[in-house]
Design a protein around this ligand. Sequence first.
Ligand code: BMA
Length: 330
Amino acid sequence: MSNEKKQIIIGNALPNIPWEEKQEGSKEILWRSRKNPIIPRDLIPSSNSIFNSAVVSFKGEFAGVFRCDDKRRFARLHSGRSKDGINWEIDNNPISFICNDPEIISISGYDPRVCWIDDRYYVTWCNYYHGPTIGVAYTYDFKKFYQIENAFLPYNRNGVLFPRKVDSKFAMLSRPSGPGHNTFGDIFYSESPDMCYWGRHRHVMGTTKGWQGTKIGAGPIPIETTEGWLLIYHGVLTSCNGFVYSAGAALLDIDKPWKVLYRTEPYILSPQKEYECVGDVPNVVFPCAALTDPETGRIAIYYGAADTVVCLAYTQVDELINFIKSNSEI
Ligand code: BMA
């Protein structure tokens, strides 16, 4: 009998995925990198802070789009490259989007996600157009970025594309809410034939209690698995001293991703380390990207901590899925 593990993640092999083994005896589902924070707030001369950022594999190495708030405290998107996914070189100048409609061009942007679909990398982010909405652009090389139409009307955040078409349509999760840091917000699903017109909006999931009682938002690009789409998301608790951002996970139906199969009642990561509890906005973990290696089942999750730095945590897909299924409340 073969003792090869069944592959659960569907996708391309990534043998050079950043990885550190879980410490012996640890019962954590997600374990943090011992190198955290992997990106300090002042990696580039212009930055006040670097956090909530997106990373993908690129030509055998890694590339990404980073949220760098500058010293005027304007949120900007910057391009970056890395040989190992841990040590990064980030452009000191923000991305200058190429866009044929000056009315929608993005100056300020935050919380990017990056998603490979078909032949290019798409970037989605919180763009400002009469309020926060979902900006969309694509790039082939992480040098030139072509901005296309905003996906939705304001107010919307946390636009997260699926890594392939679903039922022949592009698919996106998003989180409509209000103009500011509102105390509400559920995750919705939308589809598009052309990345311009979005519709067939479906409710995916809402807030519940505890760590996810105030608002929720999709995190990294959903991971396709034999058990459904694996979605890591953030949830917000309102404490007597402000918001607390944690992370949980869900499994969504492969063909109808607005159907939630399982969803963690407890969080899988919450702000506990000093770099997560102390910073420009205390008590925030905010995952925006995940790398996966189907052959080993390894998942490396990039998250912003305390709106100040970028961190890395790891998990194994079989352990995470077992945890989701055995700790689920929909
Ligand atoms: C959200 C976004 C995130 C941020 C979080 C905590 O509304 O602005 O970028 O990490 O608040 O401040």
